[in-house]
Design a protein around this ligand. Structure first.
Ligand code: UDX
Length: 436
């Protein structure tokens, strides 16, 4: 089985590397020539634990990387994992996926192979049936289900555990018609991931499963964040004890109940907006989803209000933001709440210093010389009037009274409750814990 993976972002590169490291014959394709060169040399274009190691194993085996689409003509399975970002109105931007399937269709027209095309990219319901299938059939002049297979195959991996999640997924989801191609795909995945449940259904249900998954996760986070705001106004109330306890109820589950500054990243915010926009378009008023989104957007304002309560005006005050990555163990700052916070503080004319163990370069790409980039936590806190912990990096757990020695005002807002036990000699606020 020869496997092609189109689009070498988090999903595509993890998939190509894992499949190749297991001995499969894999080609990874991306339009970005520079990126392809890097990957060819075993260098990952972003930080992701274990990815570089897995990529190098893959390259030693049968992984090739290219920007030449025409090479897919000899392949049996073609995974499409290109981005589906969001337009300014929240709707989904399909130009990259349209381009990718147009190229695949054109190549299929000249190929003797009967490959299976598997779409990993997140697309709104109806996209497979109304956009992707017609493009592929028109360009190739061939019939889906007869001369090539077309399967929706969404991905549920999380950044920072992309390799683990690719190796050990909790579910495999396959959408499409019950054809010989579906049988082949099912057999491929059951061999690759024995004992992992497989859901097989139609395209539109699969498209909706992905949004259901991400919007439920977002709902859990906004739920706990709203509760944490209530707790903050009950002296002594502790959101973590509440989350831990309700999480023991199997109907609720323990994960995704960590209160914080709101959900960020390249998926949850974008998928929430795309689902809301889709629901609006088909005449459903998505009241719950809107509330989840609104709660998320308001969370950052709660943090700023807390700062203003203590500091008064934020203009010309030096504020330190610790952690700009949207979560720990990644250098990704896309839709990071910390980045939003810095933008809002800059509007208020604050002077910002940041430190992040991995995301300094990506943060600099956004702010250039508008903010100061410190080399360590201690440097970042020097002469600062407020420290705000945004990302739960493990190294921030070492934070202590020594770290804050040179702050000009010892005022700390801890959005992840990393320092609760530390007895800091400072004015200390933890999101979700009511001050006594
Ligand atoms: C998400 C989905 O989890 C994944 O299944 C999908 O394939 C892609 O989108 P990811 O973007 O890597 O994955 O981030 P995730 O771990 O879900 O976190 C998203 C945001 O929610 C982060 O900003 C994180 O800090 C926040 N979060 C998460 C919380 O604030 N509290 C939690 O309990 C969990």
């Amino acid at each position: 089985m020869k496997i092609a993976v189109i689009g070498l972002g988090f999903v595509g590169l993890s998939l190509a590397s894992v499949l190749a490291s297991k001995g499969n014959n894999v080609i990874g394709i991306d339009v970005d020539v520079k990126k392809c060169k890097k990957i060819c040399n075993g260098i990952t274009p972003f930080f992701e634990p274990d990815l570089e190691k897995t990529l190098k194993i893959g390259l030693k085996k049968k992984l090739t990387i290219s920007n030449d689409f025409s090479l897919i003509k000899d392949y049996d399975m073609i995974f499409v994992a290109v981005g589906t970002p969001q337009k300014s109105n929240g709707a989904i931007e399909l130009s990259m996926i349209k381009k990718a399937v147009t190229s695949i269709g054109t190549i299929l027209a000249k190929s003797k192979k009967k490959p299976i095309v598997l779409i990993k990219s997140t697309v709104i319901p109806g996209t497979m049936q109304n956009v992707i299938l017609p493009i592929l059939e028109k360009r190739s002049g061939k019939k889906a289900g007869k001369e090539f297979g077309l399967i929706s195959n969404p991905e549920f991996l999380q950044e920072s555990s992309a390799i683990k999640d690719t190796k050990f997924p909790h579910v495999i989801v396959l959408g499409g018609y019950q054809t010989k191609f579906m049988k082949k795909a099912k057999s491929f995945f059951s061999k690759l991931h024995p004992n992992v449940p497989i859901t097989i259904t139609n395209h539109q249900t699969v498209e909706m499963i992905k949004y259901a998954n991400n919007s439920f996760l977002a709902t859990k986070i906004s739920f706990i964040n709203q509760l944490s705001n209530i707790c903050q106004n009950i002296p002594g109330a502790n959101i973590d004890d509440i989350a831990k306890t309700i999480g023991l109820d199997p109907r609720i589950g323990a994960l995704f109940l960590n209160a914080g500054p709101g959900y960020g990243g390249s998926c949850l915010p974008k998928d929430m907006k795309a689902l809301i926009s889709f629901a609006d378009k088909i005449g459903i008023n998505p009241t719950l989803l809107n509330a989840v989104e609104k709660t998320n957007q308001k969370q950052i304002q709660n943090i700023i209000s807390l700062m203003e309560k203590t500091l008064g005006t934020l203009a010309s005050k030096r504020i330190t933001v610790l952690g700009t990555a949207f979560k720990p163990n990644t250098d990704d700052v896309r839709d990071s709440i910390a980045i939003e916070l810095i933008k809002k503080l800059l509007k208020k004319k604050s002077r910002i210093t940041i430190y992040d163990p991995k995301a300094m370069k990506n943060t600099r790409n956004i702010f250039g010389d508008k903010i100061i980039y410190a080399g360590s936590v201690a440097d970042a806190l020097n002469k600062s009037k407020c420290a705000i912990l945004m990302t739960h990096w493990k190294q921030f757990e070492r934070f202590n009274n020594n770290s804050i020695k040179y702050m000009s005002k010892k005022f700390i807002i801890d959005c992840r409750r990393i320092l609760v036990e530390k007895e800091l000699q400072a004015e200390y606020y933890a999101i979700g814990i009511g001050k006594i």
